[in-house]
Design a protein around this ligand. Structure first.
Ligand code: ZN
Length: 254
């Protein structure tokens, strides 16, 4: 197979997007790194400092909330003040044009909603709220919660709070809704993720099994690229904040 030039890939992706009728987006860390949020899995990322199997677990929050909050405070500080980038905005454009059913995201940063996207399923929860470990009450996360000190308590019942993100030992959220969203999807935009981690990995497989195709936007080819993107699929290499708006604008202009 001949290597595609970037412009060819963008033209092919725009053509596929213009032709598709039931489009869904799946996003991961790569769309948010361009907003300055480091990939927690990268070398030197948060998971290299705090072993998630030790800190990001429900049992750690239950047994040693002060310790678990050291990780959460570092995580929340990494998200503080971050703004959506042109990649997030391109998805808002697509949804407002009636050409995007919704977004399934592995991110907890809320940048899709900040940008203005309406239908967003957050498989791993979100960091905008804290959740009571006993009664489940949600309370907005505040900058004050980031200051060193005791782990905060629930105003209702006095139990410790945890971030409203999915911890190890907790179930992923909205998976049924995500499966329903992609049920007859003919084009899945996979953006900033190689979609190799369960359950996000099941969505490209569902789309391909149903005869749909995949537009993949990543810096470099991934295992997903190698596994095949379908008849109308394309791999678009490069920064998402550059490539995604180009593809969306070209598709909407047709
Ligand atoms: Zn409570």
């Amino acid at each position: 197979m001949w290597a595609q030039q970037p412009d060819d890939a963008i033209a092919r992706a725009a053509e596929s997007l213009a032709q598709a009728e039931r489009v869904v987006a799946l996003t991961g860390a790569g769309i948010s790194t361009e907003s300055g949020i480091p990939d927690f899995r990268s070398a030197g990322g948060l998971w290299a400092i705090f072993d998630p199997a030790e800190y990001a677990t429900l049992s750690c929050f239950l047994r040693e909330p002060e310790k678990a909050w050291r990780l959460y405070r570092a995580l929340a500080a990494a998200l503080l003040g971050r703004r959506p980038n042109a990649g997030h905005v391109a998805l808002v454009r697509l949804e407002e044009a009636g050409r995007l059913r919704g977004i399934v995201t592995q991110n907890i940063d809320g940048l899709h909603q900040t940008a203005g996207s309406g239908n967003v399923l957050e498989l791993h929860g979100e960091a905008r709220h804290l959740q009571c470990l006993a009664c489940g009450r949600l309370t907005p996360a505040l900058v004050a919660h980031l200051a060193p000190g005791p782990a905060p308590h629930c105003e209702d019942c006095g139990a410790f709070l945890k971030p409203n993100v999915v911890l190890f030992e907790e179930a992923v959220r909205d998976l049924d809704l995500a499966a329903a969203l992609v049920r007859d999807c003919d084009l899945l935009l996979v953006i900033g993720t190689s979609a190799q981690i369960v359950p996000a990995s099941t969505l490209p497989a569902r789309v391909r099994a149903g005869g749909g195709s995949i537009l993949e936007f990543n810096l470099e080819p991934t295992e997903l690229t190698a596994s095949g993107l379908g008849r109308s699929g394309a791999f678009v290499a490069g920064r998402i904040g550059t490539t995604l708006p180009l593809v969306v604008e070209r598709a909407l202009a047709r």
